[in-house]
Write a protein that binds this ligand. Sequence first.
Ligand code: ADP
Ligand code: MG
Length: 403
Amino acid sequence: DGVMMSALSRPSRMMLLVNPQSGKGQALTLYNNHIQRMLNEAGVTHTLVITERQNHARELVKDADLSQWDAVVIMSGDGLLFEVINGLLERPDWEEAIRTPLGILPGGSGNALAASINHYSGAPPVFSEELLLSCGFLLCQRLVTRMDLVSIHLSSSPRLFSFLSLAWGFVADVDIESEKYRHAGAARFTVGTLVRLASLRVYKGRLAYLPAAKDNREENPPLPHCNHQAPLSRDPPCQNSFHNSCHSNNSLKVRRAESTPSRSATKAPTGPPDSLLLPLDQPLPGDWVVVKEEDFVLVLAMHQSNLAEDLLAAPDSTPDDGFIHLFYVTGGISRAALLKLFLAMEKGTHLASNCQHMVHAKVRAFRLEPSSPKGVITVDGEVVEYGPLQAEVHRGLARLITG
Ligand code: ADP
Ligand code: MG
């Protein structure tokens, strides 16, 4: 019967979460006009779930019976996937849950991951509905890659996981101020950038990071035998010895924590432990690089290639390279030079532009301590608690359908 047929071909039971309010409010129309037929023709069985409010998706995936689903796909902006990932990592079975293949169809105004997936596929950049169609086709191929996640410690909020970016200064302010231009769709960032340029300012703070390569090795070795680019399937056991040992270590730590009497009253922490970070109120480890400048125009940490549909901020980033691509622009840059940087970023050529005020480093972890009492920090485009923070990359922790 039909169920057997689909089980014998590529497993394809997807939970498709659509946010009807995302972007210009057209996600449901776009689903009805394009996506439904595309998935049906590709034999992808899916169940449509319309999100009703903020945190609805997060609560749903936190309690869902994940054995029913081969993938969880969202049709919205990046904000909805942020909820899904953090919901999965809040589950007691987070280790298994976070290996659920995740997919994204651009329906929001911030579609950076969708644009990144299009970039990874080698296709030329496309926007709006063309990006949706490209991502729809890639989704139908159901090929799964690993995806890095970055754990982020804020001063008093619980730890978060980020799949996309962390921004402070110019980029974070544009992201938030441009909310009022959301009827413009993805163009809201362009408009916001121009508006913000007029009131360009300097943000004071301290930045430090753990460089990825002390030995000038520019690339991480690939994760071998690890279901890389494997057809979508329910969490095949990972053959990679590095990863297996990493996993068993993690579960050992969790189990120990659970059996410690003093912890038994509190909930066991979920998610992988961070091995590179000391508490925020303690001095940095000796092998970290402390940035001399304390005047910034922006600090931006990227874990995917695209910051927006038309901003290729980290052109050589891949979903599982194990790097945080850290950028900062120091105070003293002119408006004209900053505008030039953002214009070059549309093609991803800003790194070659030799701007003295912009620095790029591949790092494993960083700490940022803004000194002004008020300000904006965004993680994956969402505002988070403002204040000192630190972050560490967890290579290949999640799974992403990249086609
Ligand atoms: P956009 O790129 O348009 O901002 P996002 O995916 O980032 O799209 O969605 C923005 C926010 O909308 C998310 O934080 C999500 O929790 C919230 N949300 C989801 N469903 C609804 C809904 N039905 N009404 C209002 N907000 C919602
Ligand atoms: Mg958003």
